[in-house]
Design a protein around this ligand. Structure first.
Ligand code: ATP
Ligand code: MG
Length: 310
């Protein structure tokens, strides 16, 4: 398949809800955790998804893996709707690389490195001998000693485990690799080594990355554009340098201030169809307490704040 470079990935008006048990009563409640999210990514680009805990970052990645299904909207990869259950959709999803949050808990501790790394190929019915050859290549490519093939994850350092997981995520030659907080469990030096490895791999193999992080430093290091998630809404999107230097949305300003270690107070969020920041925002107008604004586009940037709807 020949990839189109522009808008290789297209997320269109994605809405995802979970069923959560009602408090004090029997039954379940539908709670929207992704609310009308749209973004697109060019082939070979790294798109950063930034937001605090519970904002919905992992849920978006799970949608790419078809582990959760949106009740509205869709995800297109190279023009194919991945939720259409045809051969093309299935094939694309099977070949998406995934580096899950919490690497150690995502692998079976009884498995050896060679079995962990080769797992996606075995699932694609590649024979074991060829899969093991590929494991050797991938271990070398990710800077690991081939000798560790027969070790268990608990015999490795955190940085080595993360390299093993990265090797596994790219062994089936994916077009897209989803990175869920790939460095959050690591010290600063190992973080930098892993981010450099991810950069090198992208340059060599032309991967398209979606990088989920709560750390603007990590996003800045590797992403060209970022989207900011607040309670399931994508509230701002733009060039990473512009976002850090001139954030538009009041919430983005808050996280940029936190990143620069300036004083950030407690935030109270509102629920419902209004802006989640409407109780805490010093720029709020009456309308902010009633409705969430639509995406507003300003010179290649997107922001969802009534302040800019002039
Ligand atoms: N299986 C589930 N059932 C019900 N609610 C869920 C489920 N998974 C996640 N949630 C809720 O959905 C919201 C978004 O969760 P998600 O894991 O996507 O957040 P996140 O941004 O990845 O957070 P973190 O930075 O802590 O990993 C949270 O409020 C979470 O409690
Ligand atoms: Mg998460």
């Amino acid at each position: 398949m020949l990839e189109s470079v522009k808008n290789f990935v297209n997320v269109r008006n994605l809405w995802i809800r979970y069923k959560v048990p009602k408090q004090w009563r029997f039954g379940y409640l539908d709670v929207d955790v992704i609310r009308g999210v749209s973004f697109s990514i060019d082939h070979g680009e790294c798109y950063g998804l930034v937001g605090e805990s519970g904002s919905g970052k992992t849920t978006i990645l799970k949608a790419f893996m078809r582990l959760v299904k949106p009740y509205r909207g869709s995800i297109y990869v190279d023009g194919v709707d991945i939720f259409e259950n045809d051969k093309k959709g299935r094939e694309i999803v099977r070949r998406i690389g995934y580096v899950p949050q919490d690497p150690l808990t995502s692998v079976d501790p009884r498995m050896r490195v060679k079995d962990i790394v080769s797992e996606p190929l075995i699932a694609l019915n590649v024979d074991r001998e060829r899969a093991l050859e590929k494991v050797v290549t991938l271990l070398e490519l990710t800077g690991l000693d081939v000798e560790i093939m027969n070790k268990h994850p608990f015999e490795l350092s955190g940085g080595m485990v993360q390299r093993v997981i990265i090797a596994r995520s790219i062994i089936s030659n994916p077009k897209i690799v989803l990175l869920d907080e790939p460095t959050s469990a690591l010290d600063v030096i190992t973080q930098a080594q892993i981010l450099n490895l991810l950069k090198d791999l992208r340059d060599m193999m032309g991967f398209t990355y979606i990088l989920v992080t709560h750390d603007l430093n990590v996003a800045k290091y590797i992403s060209s554009r970022i989207g900011v998630l607040l309670k399931g809404y994508l509230i701002e999107e733009g060039d990473v340098k512009r976002i850090i230097n001139e954030p538009l949305h009041p919430y983005t300003r808050i996280i940029v201030d936190a990143f620069r270690l300036r004083d950030v107070g407690e935030l109270t969020y509102t629920t419902g169809a209004r802006c989640p920041l409407s109780a805490a925002c010093k720029y709020r107008e009456d309308i902010c307490r009633r409705e969430m604004p639509p995406p507003i586009y300003l010179d290649g940037n997107m922001v969802r704040c009534w302040y800019f709807k002039k």
